[in-house]
Design a protein around this ligand. Sequence first.
Ligand code: SAH
Ligand code: MG
Length: 209
Amino acid sequence: MDKTNYIRDLFGEEDKILASISPRLEELGLPLISVPPEVGKWLTMLVRMTGATKILEVGTLAGYSTICLVRGLNQTGHCTTIELKEEHTKLAREHLAKAGFLDRVTTLVGDASVQLAKFIQEDKKFDFFFLDADKVNYPTYLEQVIQLALPGAVIVLDNLLLGGRVLDVNDSHPAPTAVRKVTDLLVNHSRLESILLPLGDGVGVAIVR
Ligand code: SAH
Ligand code: MG
């Protein structure tokens, strides 16, 4: 038994809806890259702890993390989630419907950096962000969401360990390079106070000043 399984066995219990998502992704030949149960649980708790009411998620896939985020919201809270692939959004909407959350979530299809730029133009503001889309654009997404952040907003970034690849200094492929860059921003950005938690594949958590 390793640490991950120890934690997952104790704290990572999934209900029927969440448990149905991986088999469904597999059936459709889609990647099994939803957040693991313990990260989902952490997202729910973090939303509840912060009292967030306006969530923005980048990277919807099948809606696993979206459901976890919405579970932490109070009745008036709302979540907007951006996804490049229409097929993924359609699947996410099926899962959100099952969870009874369709009216709590706005699903947007399109490239996240384009959508975020639009939100910046419109002067939209959010108090909680979850970044979990293409890793090469993480630095761009982080700079953009800082501009959309209310004071004290929380930014969560998934996969900051990239399966351990970021630790290998000789791995200079685009994804680890971009993740190292975004992690450096978390450490050094004047408007952020951050930590990297070794939960799941590495979860970055930042507060915006
Ligand atoms: N957050 C989800 C998993 C997301 S997987 C969960 O934990 O349940 C990453 C998703 O980002 C994929 O669905 C992929 O299609 C999407 N994606 C990739 N590039 C993107 C882009 N440029 N803009 C928006 N979404 C993108
Ligand atoms: Mg992820």
